[in-house]
Design a protein around this ligand. Structure first.
Ligand code: CA
Length: 239
């Protein structure tokens, strides 16, 4: 559940969206133009934005959704934004994605789809472990953060590309930072996961995954150490 900003000039649609978002457990600041959107963003900690691209002039000045989106990206680079575009307006959509929208929906859309896309977008944007902060643009490049529920991790501000197994291995190692994690422990964890790309659940496969993870952790604050005969240990690297 999140504190959302909804920017939509169509009153009927805005009220309907607002009611549905609140029904889904979110709290919502609903506004009808770009100027109000800026004011809310400056005064409130917003966790996600639903932004209509076709917004009215404000005091004679064009302030459509793209302008608002660019404004957001300059100041709040990690704030997730879902844009609403008119059907078949491909230019709008492309422009929106280029300007940094995280996702888009074309009107008319199903409310269930909006809620699902929004939930996925908010999940992706969460950076909970290791003190992640949605609005922190100065994340040290070596800093590793890991999402406890989704196969996502970040090195600095860059998302790491992890398979589900790589992520679960990293999560397990991180939970037992500085302690040995036995091969059996990892293999037991993988027993209940679908196989990936033909890789088995053998000890050999484990070595392959550790090797891949090591490569992906290069430049981070962590290294994976081989503890002969016992297993693996994640260690904090002195930087
Ligand atoms: Ca509109």
């Amino acid at each position: 559940m999140a504190h959302l900003l909804l920017v939509e000039d169509d009153e009927l649609l805005r009220d309907g969206l607002c009611a549905q978002l609140m029904h889904a457990g979110h709290t919502v600041e609903a506004v009808s133009d770009g100027d109000q959107a800026h004011r809310v963003l400056e005064a409130t900690r917003i966790e996600g934005v639903v932004l209509d691209l076709g917004l009215p002039l404000v005091r004679g000045v064009a302030m459509d959704g793209i302008v608002v989106l660019r404004w957001i990206r300059q100041r709040l680079p990690h704030l997730p934004v879902l844009i609403l575009t008119a059907r078949d307006d491909i230019d709008d959509r492309v422009q929106g994605l280029n300007a940094g929208a995280d996702d888009y929906l074309t009107k008319p859309f199903e409310m269930a789809e909006l809620l699902a896309r929004l939930a996925a977008m908010l999940r992706r944007s969460r950076m909970p472990a290791f003190g992640g902060n949605l609005q922190n643009d100065d994340e040290p490049q070596h800093r590793l953060r890991i999402d406890p529920q989704l196969p996502v991790a970040w090195l600095g501000n860059d998302a790491m590309e992890l398979t589900h197994r790589e992520w679960s291995l990293l999560t397990l190692l991180l939970k037992q930072l500085g302690q040995v994690v036995s091969r059996e422990e990892v293999l037991a964890l993988w027993q209940h996961q679908a196989p990936e790309g033909g890789a088995g659940s053998s000890s050999n496969a484990l070595e392959v995954y550790v090797h891949r993870l090591r490569r992906k952790l290069q430049g981070s604050e962590f290294t994976i150490r081989n503890v002969r005969g016992l297993g693996y240990m994640l260690e904090l690297t002195a930087l």
